[in-house]
Design a protein around this ligand. Sequence first.
Ligand code: GAL
Length: 446
Amino acid sequence: MGIEPTRSDDWLPTETLEFPEGFLWGTSNAAHQVEGGNVNNDWWAWEQKAGSPCVEPSGDSTDYWNRYEEDLDLCARGGGQNVHRFSLEWSRIEPAEGFVSQVALDHYKRLCDAILERGLTPMVTFHHFTTPQWAAAEGTWADAAIVDRFARFCEIAAAALGPDRLPYVCTINEPSVVATLGYFVGMFPPGVNDADAQAQASANFVRAHAKGYGAIKAVAPEAQVGISLAMQDTQVADPDDDAARGFAEFVDFRMVGFFVDALRTGWIENLGPVVADEEVPGLAGCGDFVGVQYYARFVADPSSPMFTTPEPEGSEITQMGYASYPPGLGVCLRRAATTELPVIVTENGMATDDDKRRCAWIAAHLAVSHEAMTEGGVDLRGYTYWSTTDNFEWALGYGPKFGLIGIDRENGLARVPRPSLDFFDEIARTNRLDPAVVAEYVGLGT
Ligand code: GAL
């Protein structure tokens, strides 16, 4: 038994696909990956620590803190994009417990206004991986105290921004990734290797989502607020391999199932001995949408060093080491829809130096998304490509290139728009995926 090679080209559209009116088209980034100089969060400390798994520190990053207008001008230039997703850096707004920086709040107000002035809609993420060092000093997400701290931050930031700047909000980005890589694998801060801590962090994240949701909606009742979940299509190479199947089920539950179930039922359940089952007030159906962030399949194999079956010869491998596997996005969208909430693809993108392959990735994943809407009945409202520009890819540093816009790090962080930006803009402007346009940008037949 094995798995089939996979590449974007196998999933390109063969006919013109129209997207619904009002579909959200845009790009996504996150504060710590682009702003630069975020010295007060746990990631900065992690990057500097002796023996850190980070290949390089974030440093000045792309200086989005100062240069966001340049990036927004590029996002708006094609006239098709209508949303821009970014995140608030909690450690800038509250660098010490209880001290709220008006300067930081004013910055984010100006950023939202700059987005709105260009005809884009802000989609504001309140927590994207980073936590202020003062909160990290005390167990961070494994300690239940974080829930009220995060809710208070949501209250403060939402009140300062006000309802007009908060049409779309993601409370928390990929809680399963932080819980797993930070508390179980030890590759993200706080660098813990403890399955119980992973469970506690997962539970605190869903509690924080429910409380944060309430705090944001109290200020902005009309805001569309959701949580963005990391989703992967978990498979096994051989369905008769019981050990692999059991392992796959466990990984899938901790990475995806737990969070989808929590949103659907309102219960924290099945996290093992340290987290008692609990019904969380307000958690059932908590959200106006659910964000799906999809990159790859995960072929579970407990006996392999990376816990995953290597991709077969012929698969298209990205700079992240995983393969382009578009149909997995369809699986994840259908699964997200079991929450009965509308769905937005809040992240999906390819790290590559070959921009034509990026165009193929986009086309194939949009074709699969379209099918999930039309055949799968998924109420899909939008797609924000990861990422606006190349940026700091966490422990992997500046190597992986995800951007529709390149950043010339040798030349003053100059913005270098790629053809994929024009391609994406054309899809957005016409609200359709046309095979002839795809062929042109992917370079088919050339
Ligand atoms: C996601 C994460 C982003 C970005 C992306 C690409 O897991 O939310 O911050 O790093 O992956 O790997």
